[in-house]
Design a protein around this ligand. Structure first.
Ligand code: UD1
Ligand code: MG
Length: 452
C-alpha cells in the first residue's frame, strides 16, 4: 500500500491570556525562534502534503511565521473542535490522515508522531482516530482518555469528568491523527452542551465509536508534551530545548566544559572538536568551524567563525561578523558586519564595525573603527599584514594599505599607502629639568603657607 498522505492542522488561535503579553502565545521564542516554528519543523520530517494553521484575528505576525504555509482565521474562539472546522476549505480534496496539533505544545517529537501514524495504519481494522496520550506526574486539568477492551472509547474534559474519571492517569496531549474523509462530518456534529460551552475536538472520539469505528492511542513522554500557557512554563520548555541542543552539540563532537551555562539557538552549527567554555551565548545564525575555541563569556549572533580560530574570553560577535581561519578575537572585542581574514588578530578592547581586516593584520589594543557619523555607516579597509598601533581611531571611510603601520594613538582620517607608516597625533615635546623645578617651587610655596 502506498504511504498515506498527511495533512497537518496547527491550532493557534488563542492569545494565551496567562502569558500576560501583547504577543500571541505561539510567537514567544524558544532557543531564539517562535514556538510555532519548532512545531512546523518537527512535522516536516513527515513530508506532509499540506499544513495549515488556525490563527486568531489580528495575528499577522503568526501568519508571517507560518508562511509559506497558509493560515485560516477563527474569528470567534468557540473551542478546539470549532477551530478545526475552520480548516475545512483549506483541506478540500485531501483524503489521507489529518494530524491535529496544538501550537502551544512545541516540544513534540517526530518519533511520537511517527508512532501515531503507524498505529493509524496498523492492524486489520485501522483506527479512525489515534490520540497521543501521556501520563503526567500531575494530571491536573488535562482531558482524560477513557479506554475499554476495544481501545479508546472517549475523551472527557476535566471540567466535565466525574470523580472516577478524574482518577484516570492517562491524559490527552491534544495531538490527534484522524481519517480525513470522516473528520469534518464529526466536527459538524459536535455540540457545545458541556461545562465550558465549547465545541470540543475531543468529542470526535465518542462520535467515531458511535459510528462503530475503532479509536486508538499511543503514549508519549511528558517532557515532549509540556504545554506552554505561562512564562513559567515557557522557561521550563526553554530548559528542555536547551538540554536537547547541548546534548546534540556534544554528540556531534563539540566539548562543552560546563554545558548547563551554554545557551544555544535552534540553528547554531558547531564543527568538530570545537571547545566552548562556560557562559557562552549563541543567538540565531551562528556557524562555527572545526577546532575553534570559544572561551568563556562570549556572545555570538549572526556570525561565522572559521576553523582553528580563537574567540574570547568576553568577546562579542554581532551580525555580519566573519572570523577567518586561525584568526584571534580577544577579550572585550566587539565585531559587527566585518570580516577578519585568515590569521588576523584583534586581541584586546577593540571595536571593529563595517570593516575588512586583511590576512595576518594585527589590530592593537583599544582600536576603534569610527564607522558612524550619526547619519550613515562607512567602511574601513585594512590591508593584509597591516599593524595598527594601540589606541588608534580609524575614521571611516578610510583605507590602510597592505603591510602599513599606524603609530599608536593615531587618529587616521586619510588613506595610508601600502608599506607606509602613518602617525597622526600631537608631537611629543620635552622640557629638560622642568618637572624638578616645578616640584621644588611648589614645595616651597606649601612650606610658606604653613608658616603663615
Ligand atoms: C485541550 C484539550 C484537553 C487536553 C489539553 C492538552 C480540548 C477540548 N481539550 O485543553 O483534552 O488535555 O488541550 O494541552 O481540546 N484553540 C483555538 N481555538 C479555540 C480554542 C483553542 O485555536 O477556539 C487552540 C489554542 O490556541 C491552543 C489549543 O487550541 O493552541 C488548545 O486550546 P486550550 O484552550 O489550551 O485547550 P485546553 O483547555 O488546554
Ligand atoms: Mg492548553
Amino acid at each position: 500500500m502506498a504511504q498515506e498522505q498527511i495533512a497537518v492542522i496547527v491550532l493557534a488561535a488563542g492569545m494565551g491570556t496567562r502569558m500576560k503579553s501583547s504577543l500571541p502565545k505561539v510567537m514567544h521564542r524558544l532557543a531564539g525562534r517562535p514556538m510555532i516554528n519548532h512545531l512546523l519543523e518537527t512535522v516536516q520530517v513527515l513530508a506532509p502534503e499540506r499544513v495549515v494553521a488556525v490563527i486568531g484575528p489580528d495575528m499577522p505576525q503568526v501568519a508571517a511565521a507560518v508562511a509559506p504555509h497558509p493560515t485560516v482565521v477563527q474569528a470567534e474562539r468557540l473551542g478546539t473542535g470549532h477551530a478545526v472546522g475552520q480548516a475545512r476549505a483549506a483541506l478540500a480534496g485531501f483524503a489521507g490522515t489529518v494530524l491535529i496539533l496544538y501550537g502551544d505544545t512545541p516540544l513534540l517529537g517526530a518519533d511520537s508522531l511517527a508512532a501515531m501514524l503507524d498505529r493509524r495504519r496498523g492492524g486489520p481494522t485501522p483506527p479512525a482516530v489515534v490520540v497521543l496520550g501521556f501520563r503526567p506526574v500531575d494530571p491536573g486539568h488535562y482531558g482524560r482518555l477513557l479506554t475499554g477492551p476495544e481501545g479508546l472509547e472517549a475523551i472527557v474534559e476535566y471540567k466535565d469528568a466525574t470523580a472516577e474519571q478524574r482518577a484516570v492517569g492517562l491524559c490527552n496531549s491534544g495531538v490527534m491523527a484522524v481519517e480525513a474523509a470522516r473528520l469534518f462530518g464529526w466536527i459538524e456534529r459536535l455540540s457545545n452542551d458541556n461545562a465550558k460551552g465549547e465545541y470540543y475536538l475531543t468529542d470526535i472520539v465518542a462520535l467515531a465509536r458511535a459510528d462503530g469505528l475503532s479509536c486508538g492511542y499511543v503514549e508519549g513522554a511528558e517532557a515532549e508534551l509540556l504545554g506552554v500557557n505561562s512564562r513559567v512554563e515557557l522557561a521550563a520548555a526553554e530548559a528542555v530545548v536547551q538540554t536537547r541542543l547541548r546534548r546534540a552539540a556534544m554528540e556531534n563532537g563539540a566539548t562543552l566544559t560546563d554545558p548547563a551555562s551554554v545557551h544555544f539557538a535552534w540553528d547554531t552549527r558547531l564543527g568538530q572538536d570545537v571547545v566552548v567554555g562556560p557562559h557562552v551565548v549563541f543567538e540565531p545564525g551562528v556557524t562555527v568551524g572545526d577546532r575553534v575555541e570559544i572561551r568563556s563569556f562570549c556572545h555570538l549572533e549572526g556570525a561565522s567563525v572559521a576553523a582553528d580560530s580563537i574567540v574570547g574570553p568576553f568577546a562579542r560577535l554581532r551580525p555580519g561578523a566573519t572570523v577567518g581561519e586561525g584568526a584571534h578575537v580577544g577579550n572585550f572585542v566587539e565585531i559587527k558586519n566585518a570580516t577578519l581574514e585568515t590569521g588576523a588578530k584583534v586581541n584586546h578592547l577593540t571595536y571593529v564595525g563595517d570593516a575588512r581586516i586583511g590576512a595576518g593584520a594585527n589590530i592593537g589594543a583599544g582600536t576603534i573603527t569610527c564607522n558612524y557619523d550619526g547619519f550613515a555607516k562607512s567602511f574601513t579597509d585594512i590591508g593584509a599584514g597591516a599593524f595598527i598601533g594601540s589606541n588608534s581611531s580609524l575614521v571611516a571611510p578610510v583605507k590602510v594599505g597592505d603591510r602599513a603601520v599606524v603609530g599608536a594613538g593615531s587618529v587616521i582620517t586619510r588613506e595610508v599607502a601600502a608599506g607606509a607608516l602613518a602617525v597622526a597625533r600631537g608631537t611629543q615635546m620635552e622640557l629638560s629639568g622642568w618637572a624638578d623645578r616645578f616640584r621644588t617651587r611648589k614645595q616651597a610655596e606649601t612650606a610658606d603657607k604653613k608658616k603663615d
